[in-house]
Design a protein around this ligand. Structure first.
Ligand code: 16G
Ligand code: MG
Length: 542
């Protein structure tokens, strides 16, 4: 380690006084102008992680669905997964160390994780379309090179594409070719083969309008379009040519406001979807003839996909176990439908992709989706081998189903939730099943629900258990919630400290919108009183 060079370069990346950041569920995220030192330091950390794992590590510069002025960074582990939790602590420690302690903190981490400093390091970098991203990714590159690491800068990429690149590079190309073209070809080939057999009545079945949140998704989907055009025609809106990133558009806006994004022309009953700012979330929607807006969120996506996979598994007649993973935010109707109609076991984890991903790895086929539209399906190596073998056998119903599953494996991003990949899977399933978006929507009816935020002095006074469904602290809060829930039919409510904002989140569902609204309001009052609310008391009326 050339400590003199490190000291010299670090001087360009002074930490703003008093700034403390935490590597949370989505890495570091804050106003872009405060992130230069964090980027440089994450370049340093990526080198250590690469040396320790003897693998390529990814660094993604993005703040996903946050406003354009924000930015963020996260590290991607060797198999394209989120950074290991113990390293999140090292990341936080390094980002918050005072300038004069940078060297010693870096040495401390190296010792703790037993890094061989002579080992080579390789880091790949991607960034979203934010105006600040290019400069910030240069700071990451500076951090990597000052520690002697090698860099490949992919430039503009969706977050899931960077995860894909890391996975490809660490599996000697077995997963795919580590280029954007390799990604486009792999997914498009699987999609075109899968939909090849689909019965298609009329052109409209194969047309889709996509709101790209004025982000990276527009650029990458635009590049990819020609590769799958024989199977699907996509029309891009909010492609970044005029509007601002995530501003009144994108998956997060549509899901939270339950209304269509600006900038998309929607005719009644047309199938539309929205990506978020870094294209790792997707939600679908349509407007009916009466002008009512219908949202098909991550829960509806999980249901459609799980039913499809269950049927294929039954057809191939192999005992592959399917598990569906959700969070406490999953609509109660979706969980009931999955358990009672699709007849698949459903598990609940804490919010945050890493928790769902980890749980989904326990199954032959692990389906995971957050209600906000982030998710994918993971196939175990054993399941993949079995499916590939069956697909090679003589032409019959079984091998046809196995061939479809083989393409499904290739179509799903095995590293992380991916809006482009999920979109193609959903389009394939709808085409194969001959389903319209209205028929898909009608699989079950969402229970009315409401989410609220409460400001408290310290959100950590709330701690939860049972996958965030029960509050254990502060005393009395869970009892209060239980009493309130009893007042309403088909009701459920929980509270949890947000991992990305300085607030407490409240979720309630019940048999009517009125009941869900008033339950959410009453629970937020209980939080305000028992957990040290600050500012204005929560208000009723929506
Ligand atoms: C982050 C998480 C997302 C989670 C959200 C919850 C990743 C990549 N993203 O965006 O999974 O749903 O945080 O935010 O893990 P909250 O804690 O503010 O409710
Ligand atoms: Mg995102």
């Amino acid at each position: 380690m050339d400590l003199d060079a490190l000291t010299k370069h670090a001087a360009f990346y002074a930490k703003p006084d008093g700034l403390i950041l935490q590597y949370g569920t989505a890495g570091f995220r804050t106003k872009a102008e405060h992130l230069d030192h964090v980027m440089f330091r994450m370049g340093l950390l990526a080198v250590l992680r690469s040396k320790q794992t003897k693998s390529t590590i990814g660094v993604m510069v993005t703040a996903s669905h946050n406003p354009e002025e924000d930015n963020g960074v996260k590290l991607v582990d060797p198999l394209g997964e989120m950074l290991a939790p113990s390293w999140e602590e090292h990341a936080t420690c390094l980002a918050n160390s005072e300038d004069q302690n940078l060297q010693s903190v870096l040495m401390d981490i190296s010792e703790k994780v037993a890094v061989n400093l002579h080992q080579d390091a390789f880091v790949v970098i991607g960034r979203d379309t934010r105006p600040s991203s290019e400069k910030l990714s240069q700071s990451v590159i500076d951090g990597v090179t000052v520690l002697g690491g090698q860099v490949h800068d992919y430039g503009l990429l969706t977050t899931p594409q960077l995860h894909y690149m890391v996975y490809c590079r660490n599996t000697s190309g077995q997963y795919g070719e580590a280029t954007t073209e390799g990604y486009y070809k792999k997914l498009s080939k699987a999609f075109v083969e899968l939909t090849g057999q689909a019965f298609c009545s009329g052109d409209d079945h194969r047309k889709l309008k996509v709101d790209c949140a004025n982000g990276i998704g527009a650029l990458k989907l635009g590049e990819m379009k020609p590769y799958f055009s024989q199977g699907l025609s996509v029309q891009l809106f909010n492609d970044g040519s005029g509007g601002k990133l995530n501003y009144y558009c994108g998956a997060d806006f549509v899901k939270t406001h339950q209304k269509p994004p600006q900038g998309i022309e929607m005719k009644s009953n047309e199938r539309c979807c929205s990506f978020d700012g870094d294209a790792d979330r997707i939600v679908y929607y349509y407007q009916d003839v009466d002008g009512h807006f219908h949202l098909l969120d991550g829960d509806k996506i999980a249901t459609l996909i799980s039913s499809f996979l269950k049927e294929l598994v039954l057809e191939i007649g192999e005992s592959l176990n399917i598990g569906v993973v959700q969070t406490a935010y999953a609509n109660g109707s979706s969980t009931r439908y999955l358990e009672e109609v699709v007849k698949v076991p459903v598990y609940c984890t804490k919010t945050g992709v890493k928790h769902l991903h980890h749980k989904a790895q326990e199954f032959d086929i692990g389906v995971y989706f957050e209600a906000n539209g982030h998710g994918t399906v993971l196939f175990s190596k054993a399941a993949e081998t079995k499916i590939k073998q069956l697909a090679k056998e003589l032409e019959d119903k079984k091998s046809k189903a196995a061939k479809m599953l083989e393409n499904v494996i290739d179509l799903f991003n095995q590293a992380t939730g991916d809006a482009i990949s999920d979109m193609l899977v959903i389009e394939a399933v709808l085409a194969l099943k001959g389903l319209t978006i209205q028929q898909w929507d009608a699989l079950y009816t969402d229970l009315p629900n409401r989410q609220l935020k409460v400001k408290v002095a310290d959100r950590q006074v709330i701690s939860t258990t049972d996958a965030e469904r029960q509050a254990v602290k502060p005393p009395g809060l869970q009892e209060a919630i239980n009493d309130l829930v009893k007042k309403y039919k088909l009701s459920r409510a929980f509270v949890r400290p947000s991992g990305t904002e300085d607030i407490v989140r409240v979720y309630a569902e019940a048999d009517s919108q009125e009941s869900a609204d008033s339950l959410a309001y009453e629970v937020s009052l209980a939080v305000f009183h028992l957990a040290g609310g600050v500012g204005e008391r929560p208000q009723s009326g929506f």
